[in-house]
Ligand binder design. Structure first.
Ligand code: ADP
Ligand code: ZN
Ligand code: ZN
Length: 735
């Protein structure tokens, strides 16, 4: 074994041979992290394989090996190989997402670097534009700092997934300043200990069924279909205890970082064992220290978002995927476009572990597999804490407008509802799909809608900052008075409403009622979601207004009314998953009401009261929804009756991207299996994002592995010009 093939931390999508110096011969194995050179440049990477010969004439030697905590452990290495193959992704990118940046970069630092702006906003906005083409990373970093008005360096590099060097350049250009701040480890608070609850009958049944496969220590996927409030968390916790008692560790995935805080509290109150928490809102230092705890086997409970599925858990016995239907488990904008739920299933299979997928509204794919017997199904149809399901009322907004003599955000029933809750000291949740104040700003004189210069989307008006912001690339500009197209002054009209507007209107109508808003604008800071969550739960507000974020899995004991302000838009999205998404969303958000003793009510405002999806969501009738939706998927051969791959080509050159997409498609066409269906090349839903034009096509197949082979083959032989980027999305969540 004198040679090693190596995957370097660089986009060359090839393994390279190096010779192994005698001192490293006995140490190295696949997954080991090494250091070497490529064309004179020092680089790091991972050992792919060790071998006796190499065809390469003049092999360079490896330079050294890095500490073992940076290695990819054998079971994860195997998982990585599977991912690269299945998701048609370069190995370096797969390995990159398996090891957190803090470990790869060996962050130990206890001081944090805080970055602030060093020039006027106007100058910096100009700089963002100037830098975009030549130094996109610098431009993005500057934009981030503008938006946040200063940030910790590690938050910035983490969020944007960039290195430190663009920041150094910005510092050199004196556009920004930095200072060092002492980091303090987060303090462990004391929690009131909670004892395991006596399980209700359905919970007990599920617990026993899942527990049985845990006893046998064999691989099995369990689908836990439990209505909102049926006590899934309690079942999870008792299963976790079982794993711990068996000396095994557990990985728990949640779809939203904000949800980790709720579970951390519950877990800390129940378990004495240390809990490792991994998600991108934590600092690199915090993640580093939790990673070591996992490696040392000191933290048998690992909690996190998507990428926590790659944590090096010792003796993994159980994986829990909460809200398994949630789209955030899928990485969509970057290779590998993996579905964490499916990766988790593969991992459990490779390690003989038990895996539980929990949801009140399982994805069609998962429920279908359960129906076919591939997954073991446990159902919980009753609420656990003596609560009944909330009453749901649909309000026809068209009639409401007639009554009101014009548009209104709030139906009478909803306003009355909010008032009564307020008088009783109960709380209300208002859900809306859009953040910001107005959806767009349009000129009444020339009908020009102000849109993002870098994306094909209209800019959203944000009142507090008086700016127009792009929700795709975060570009913004002060809301103009003069139309850029026809130069008329003050001819603008605003259209559509977001959470910010709803909050203001409610404040105007009911000034006594205290409101909080939770959306991407109010949760940018590292801890803001926890703060908002705590503030609302401790009764500092009567109404919480929010986007998708508030719909997922939260447990607010005093919420007795949920208002769904408008989801009609979501139903008209041209995507075969739109009905499923809307059904899940309404059911989930409705499920936030009346979770304990207080009876809950849900008010859905819509202009399509007869829409079947709305009606089924009203009855929280998952099974019927499943049946009907499955029928229509079958008719059109959509998943689960076929699998899909989406290929997206992007470039700053519109024609170039389209042409390459067409050529690539031609190549794939040559080897298509009978029954496969290839769609035409079309502009992506957002045809332009950050100055890049995007074209895509879909392929559907009932023989997925063959199709993957086909695409892999074409990709390997097709010369894609460097200016065109290809993103391959296997099992895409949107069409
Ligand atoms: P889900 O995750 O299914 O939506 P939760 O796990 O949040 O539901 O449970 C909802 C409520 O029911 C919580 O207040 C929880 O403490 C309570 N609960 C769960 N199991 C039991 C039980 N066996 N007995 C009494 N209360 C329970
Ligand atoms: Zn105009
Ligand atoms: Zn934009």
């Amino acid at each position: 074994m004198k040679y090693a093939s190596v995957v370097l931390d660089t986009h060359i999508d090839k393994v390279l041979d190096y010779s192994v110096p005698p001192s490293l011969l006995t140490i190295l194995k696949p997954g080991a992290r090494i250091e070497t050179t490529l064309r004179g440049r020092k680089l790091r990477g991972y050992i792919y394989a060790l071998k006796d010969d190499s065809d390469v004439p003049k092999v360079k030697p490896l330079l050294g090996v890095l500490p073992e905590n940076t290695w990819i452990r054998p079971e994860l290495f195997k998982l990585g190989l599977w991912m690269a193959k299945y998701y048609i992704a370069p190995l370096d990118q797969v390995f990159k997402c398996m090891i957190p940046p803090s470990i790869r970069k060996e962050v130990k630092a206890k001081t944090k670097v805080y970055l602030t702006l060093n020039k006027t906003k106007e100058t910096l906005i100009e700089a963002v534009k100037d830098l975009r083409r030549t130094f996109p990373a610098q431009s993005a970093a500057l934009e981030y700092l503008l938006k946040e008005n200063g940030a910790y360096q590690h938050d910035l590099t983490d969020d944007l997934k960039i290195s430190k060097s663009p920041i150094d350049s910005l510092l050199k250009k004196k556009l920004i300043k930095s200072k060092k701040i002492e980091a303090s480890d987060s303090l462990f608070e004391n929690y009131f200990e909670t004892k395991p609850k006596t399980l209700k009958e359905e919970q007990q049944k599920a617990f026993e069924k899942i527990g049985k496969t845990m006893n046998e220590k064999k691989f099995q996927v369990h689908l836990l279909h439990g209505i909102t409030g049926s006590g899934k968390t309690e079942v999870y916790m008792q299963l976790m205890q079982k794993a711990i008692d068996q000396g095994q560790s557990v990985i728990v995935l949640v779809p939203e970082v904000a949800l980790t805080s709720q579970l951390i509290e519950k877990f800390r109150a129940r378990f004495k064992e240390p809990i490792a928490i991994l998600h991108h809102k934590r600092s690199l230092g915090e993640r580093s220290s939790d990673w070591s705890k996992i490696l040392e086997g000191k933290a048998p409970i690992i909690l996190g978002a998507r990428s926590a599925i790659f944590s090096p858990a010792k003796d993994l016995g159980l994986i829990i995927i909460d809200e398994e239907h949630d789209s955030s488990y899928k990485q969509t904008e970057e290779s590998p476009c993996y579905q964490a739920r499916d990766v988790a299933i593969m991992r459990a299979k490779m390690q003989n572990a038990c895996i539980v997928l929990g949801s009140a509204t399982p994805s069609l794919e998962s429920f279908y597999k359960a129906e076919k017997g591939k997954y073991a199904l446990s159902s919980m149809t009753k609420r656990a804490a003596n609560a009944s399901l909330p009453k749901v009322k649909i309000i026809d907004m068209v009639k409401e407008y007639e009554k009101n003599g014009g548009y209104t955000h709030f139906s009478n029933d909803l306003l009355e509802g909010i008032k009564t809750r307020y008088q009783k000291g109960e709380q209300t949740l208002l859900f809306l799909n859009r953040r910001g104040f107005h959806a767009s700003q349009a000129c009444t004189s020339c009908s020009n809608i102000i849109s993002c210069p870098h994306c094909d989307i209209s800019l959203t008006y944000h009142k507090k900052e008086n700016i127009l912001r792009c929700h795709l690339c975060d570009y913004y500009l002060p809301s103009p008075r003069k139309c850029p197209s026809c130069s008329s002054l003050d001819t603008f009209k605003f259209k559509g409403f977001g959470t910010e507007h709803i909050e203001r209107s409610l404040n105007a109508i009911l000034p006594d009622i205290r409101t909080l808003r939770m959306d991407r604008d109010t949760t940018r800071k590292k801890t803001s979601h926890e703060d908002l969550f705590d503030a609302f739960r401790s009764g500092k507000a009567d109404v919480l207004i929010g986007t998708q974020m508030i719909a997922k899995g939260f447990h607010f004991p005093s919420v007795s009314l949920v208002g769904v302000l408008n989801t009609d838009g979501a139903l008209s999205i041209p995507d075969f998953r739109a009905p499923e998404n809307v059904f899940q969303l309404i059911t989930q958000v409705a499920g936030r009401a009346g979770r304990e003793e207080i009876e809950g009510e849900v008010i859905i405002q819509t202009r399509m009261p007869e829409h079947p999806v709305i009606k089924m969501a009203m009855n929280q009738d998952y099974l019927n929804f499943y049946k009907e939706e499955l029928e229509s998927r079958k008719l059109f051969l959509f998943p689960p009756f076929s699998r899909m791959i989406k290929l997206t080509f992007s470039s700053t050159n519109e024609k170039g991207a389209k042409q390459i997409a067409e050529c690539f498609r031609e190549e794939i066409l040559k080897n298509l299996s009978p029954g496969d269906k290839i769609h035409p090349v079309i502009p992506a839903i957002h045809a332009k994002v950050k100055d890049r034009f995007r074209f895509q096509f879909l392929i559907r197949s009932e023989q997925m592995l063959k199709l993957i082979e086909n695409v892999t083959h074409v990709k390997a032989h097709f010369q894609i010009p460097s200016k065109v980027r290809l993103l391959i999305d296997v099992d895409p969540t949107s069409g």
